[in-house]
Design a protein around this ligand. Structure first.
Ligand SMILES: *Cc1c(COP(=O)(O)O)cnc(C)c1O
Length: 222
């Protein structure tokens, strides 16, 4: 067990180096978020022992159960909330997380603005774009993205750092990565959270600055 997380990380890091070099990019400009949802703390410890410091969880409740103890021991670790966020969980999320990847509606922007001011925290904020316009998926529609970003900035005073997407299953991801990069560029956003275990190398080719990788590091989730 203990070598497998380490090996998974080594393989992913090597692939990042390779994809970065192939696209004339610096691997240092690509943040690997190790997605640890459903993964127990012992396995997370293996990743920490292998030097990994940036992690992603998709539920606030689960993050609360696992991360305060780990954060106390590893003050330099960074936790990203990559899943949907309910407004009634914003305070807890901000207390624990350094980045929020699924800002996708004005009610959430309002609550985030209020709680960020109250807590004096400066989380990295990503607007989620539903690039595949899937009814089942969170995220703002591509056609509404510019206006939503402006609303977050101008009306709610939020510093938006970048964009995030989850391409539809079973479709080539590249057009979705291209679309996200285009929306980011015309809105002056530097960060792109895109690419998972199956497609992070392709995401790097399209400019990803943050890749969210679970299975390729920790193995198949139960
Ligand atoms: C689970 C999850 C991931 C990681 O998926 P893998 O295929 O295991 O790499 C990435 N992003 C989000 C939003 C997730 O929920």
């Amino acid at each position: 067990m203990s070598t497998s997380v380490k090996n998974g990380l080594q393989n992913v890091r090597a692939a990042i180096e390779h994809a970065a070099a192939a696209n004339g990019r610096e691997a240092a400009n690509i943040t690997l978020i190790a997605v640890s949802k459903t993964i127990p703390a012992e396995r997370i410890e293996e990743a920490l022992a292998a030097g990994q410091r940036v992690f992603g969880e998709n539920r606030v409740q689960e993050a609360k159960a696992k991360w305060p103890a780990l954060k106390a021991r590893y003050p330099d670790l960074e936790l990203h909330l990559i899943g949907p966020l309910q407004t009634n969980k914003v305070r807890e999320a901000l207390a624990l997380c350094d980045a929020i990847h699924a800002l996708d509606r004005e009610s959430l922007a309002v609550t985030l603005a209020k709680e960020i001011a109250r807590a004096g925290r400066k989380p990295k904020l990503f607007v989620e774009v539903n690039t595949g316009s899937e009814a089942s998926k969170a995220g703002v529609a591509p056609a509404d993205a510019d206006r939503f970003i402006e609303t977050c900035r101008e009306r709610h005073g939020l510093a938006i750092a970048g964009l995030m997407c989850i391409p539809p299953l079973g479709e080539p991801a590249a057009p979705h990565f291209t679309l996200l990069a285009k929306i980011a560029e015309r809105n002056g956003l530097a960060l792109l959270s895109m690419g998972m275990s199956a497609d992070y190398e392709e995401a790097i080719a399209h400019g990803a600055t943050h890749i969210r990788v679970g299975t390729a590091i920790f193995g198949t989730r139960a």
